[in-house]
Write a protein that binds this ligand. Structure first.
Ligand SMILES: Cc1cc2nc3c(=O)[nH]c(=O)nc-3n(C[C@H](O)[C@H](O)[C@H](O)COP(=O)(O)O)c2cc1C
Length: 148
């Protein structure tokens, strides 16, 4: 069974909700998913190399990604994730820079095999957000070999 790790940063849990829905979508495809708040990374010390896919999410505040995700990206840089499947997402209000910046870092610096684009949602619970987040998870599961 393919294994995936979703790490999210959040202040008000909008990005956490998206993370959980992406996880659901991946589980529909038979992927074993671990969802981790970035605040728990130091305690849990996940071995990033042991996952087939890594999906990272953070909200946008003042035009920037949540600072804990910036720190996590420096940590992940040392893990050699080249070729692993990746995805990026984030909750936003109006400009939403965060998801795209995470996505570009994973693609250009980590050289991961990325999903078709970043997933940006104002909320998981408006405008078809639930379906979009689950579909994103399914897309990643398909990249891992699921036939959905
Ligand atoms: C003080 C403040 C600044 C914000 N700045 C931005 C911003 O620059 N661009 C944007 O798209 N959304 C901005 N937002 C909206 C948040 O990204 C949005 O509320 C998001 O759902 C928060 O996600 P979270 O619950 O995972 O923390 C801001 C919100 C607050 C409270």
């Amino acid at each position: 069974m393919a294994k995936a790790l979703i790490v999210y940063a959040t202040r008000k849990n909008a990005t956490k909700s998206i993370a959980e829905l992406i996880a659901e979508g991946m589980r529909f495809g038979g992927v074993e998913v671990t969802v981790l708040n970035v605040a728990d990374v130091e305690k849990m010390k996940p071995d990033l190399r042991s996952f087939d896919a890594i999906v990272l999410g953070a909200p946008t505040y003042h035009g920037e990604m949540h600072p804990a995700m910036k720190t996590f990206l420096f940590f992940a840089e040392n893990a050699n994730l080249e070729g692993k499947v990746g995805g990026a997402f984030g909750a936003y209000g109006w400009s939403g820079e965060s998801a795209g910046r995470i996505y570009e870092t994973m693609k250009n610096i980590f050289k991961m095999d990325m999903a078709s684009g970043p997933l940006m949602l104002k909320s998981a619970f408006i405008g078809g957000g639930i379906q979009m987040a689950q579909s994103y998870g399914k897309e990643i599961a398909k990249k891992l070999g699921a036939s959905l």
